[in-house]
Design a protein around this ligand. Sequence first.
Ligand SMILES: Nc1ncnc2c1ncn2[C@@H]1O[C@H](COP(=O)(O)OP(=O)(O)OP(=O)(O)O)[C@@H](O)[C@H]1O
Ligand SMILES: [Mg+2]
Length: 152
Amino acid sequence: MLLTGTTGTGKTHEAYGALRRIAAAGPCSYEVISITTADMYGRLRPKGSDRGTEEELRRLCHVPLLLLDDLGSAKASEWTEEMTYRLINERYNACRPSLYTSNLPARAPLDEHGHATGPDLTSALGGRITSRLSEDTRIIAMTGADRRRTAG
Ligand SMILES: Nc1ncnc2c1ncn2[C@@H]1O[C@H](COP(=O)(O)OP(=O)(O)OP(=O)(O)O)[C@@H](O)[C@H]1O
Ligand SMILES: [Mg+2]
């Protein structure tokens, strides 16, 4: 599942709500990793963890349930694109469930020339990643105001 929407629409809140529901309905114990994409890249960098890049990536690929928060928000590079591709491709091939949130729309609306009107997940992550997501991921667009600014 992918929750998209602008800042403060409640994506992270709903994603953790989904984890709680799964925990209530699922097996007695199972492993979950929930992490922001920026922190994930931090862990995957050389010296980012004691385990090392390949072992850290293997854990993220193999964990039964992954919540990856803020997909597409970190500054992109060839390296981040490659790491994200390897992770999502491996989970896609193995049909492992994943929850994603992103501030970017799955696809930006097109202008009259057929060009995207702004950034979207494809421009941030690359078409190979969003092609896989479009096949097996339910996309839910969250709308509304920034709840942090309207609270109270
Ligand atoms: N359904 C809800 N009921 C009550 N409070 C909520 C609900 N959804 C979100 N909130 C609160 O609104 C605030 C923003 O929610 P959240 O952090 O989930 O937004 P977000 O879409 O993930 O934002 P960002 O794009 O900045 O990561 C938080 O304080 C959260 O606790
Ligand atoms: Mg969030």
